[in-house]
Design a protein around this ligand. Structure first.
Ligand code: HEM
Ligand code: HEM
Length: 184
């Protein structure tokens, strides 16, 4: 059977592989929409809280998927020791980072940071509406701080995606939609 291919802007035809499975892609876009909805909806509104609970449920799913999902969705595939992240960032600064079919080491570190940040944001929000923590200052402060920090991380995430897409001449946003990338 003929292997799947894609046509590059240069006119060359290259082989493709499915890197991101459907649940991972669905998780990603639901997380982005859930976070944006919680951010935009008025604090205290039901929609704000519902979107926040959705974010928590999605993170719960992703934690399980990171152990039982297909190879590129697994944490072992993209959570690298700090020295690999530094080595990758140095190569990036030199303008010559290696291409990774799955997440690169810096992208992997960003994913861990994003998952932790959205968990603290939504988790502290959920605490705020319990009898025990209602009106407790540090929980409110944590909620506001964690949501601002998450926003900063998202800005870094989008920059990383843009830089990687440009350097490797591939559309990573499209890949997160279709699941398909050019094979090595
Ligand atoms: C329009 C906005 C966004 C775009 C275009 C975008 C794009 C992407 C792309 C292209 C990847 C794959 C990166 C790679 O190839 O290694 C990715 C992964 C990821 N992004 Fe985003 N992203 C967006 C918003 C967000 C938001 C708001 C969050 C968190 C609140 C987020 C969290 C993540 C996570 C956790 C992953 C890892 C996916 C996985 O393996 O499960 N993204 N994103
Ligand atoms: C990722 C999800 C979430 C984001 C991005 C988010 C973001 C925010 C932001 C930016 C504020 C205003 C903070 C300030 O400047 O004082 C806020 C307030 C609030 N959030 Fe969230 N939140 C999320 C999840 C939740 C959840 C799950 C709940 C509860 C179930 C919740 C309950 C609240 C409440 C009650 C306030 C109002 C605090 C007040 O009126 O002083 N949030 N949230």
């Amino acid at each position: 059977m003929r292997k799947p291919t894609m046509l590059l802007a240069s006119g060359a035809e290259v082989r493709t592989v499915v890197v991101w499975d459907a649940p991972t892609r669905l998780f990603h876009w639901c997380l982005a929409v859930g976070f944006a909805t919680a951010w935009i909806a008025e604090a205290g509104e039901e929609l704000h809280e519902l979107a926040g609970y959705l974010v928590l449920a999605l993170v719960g799913f992703r934690l399980v998927w990171g152990f039982v999902g297909p190879p590129h969705a697994r944490f072992v595939d993209f959570v690298r020791p700090p020295r690999d992240v530094v080595r990758y960032l140095l190569a990036l600064a030199a303008g010559d980072p290696p291409r990774h079919l799955g997440h690169n080491p810096a992208g992997g570190a960003m994913i861990v940071a994003l998952l932790a940040a959205v968990t603290v944001t939504a988790g502290s929000g959920a605490l705020m509406v319990t009898d025990r923590f209602w009106g407790v200052d540090w929980v409110e402060d944590l909620h506001a701080l964690a949501s601002d920090l998450t926003l900063l991380l998202i800005a870094g995430h989008l920059c990383g995606v843009a830089v990687s897409s440009l350097l490797h001449r591939e559309n990573l946003v499209l890949a997160m939609l279709t699941g398909i990338k050019r094979a090595d």
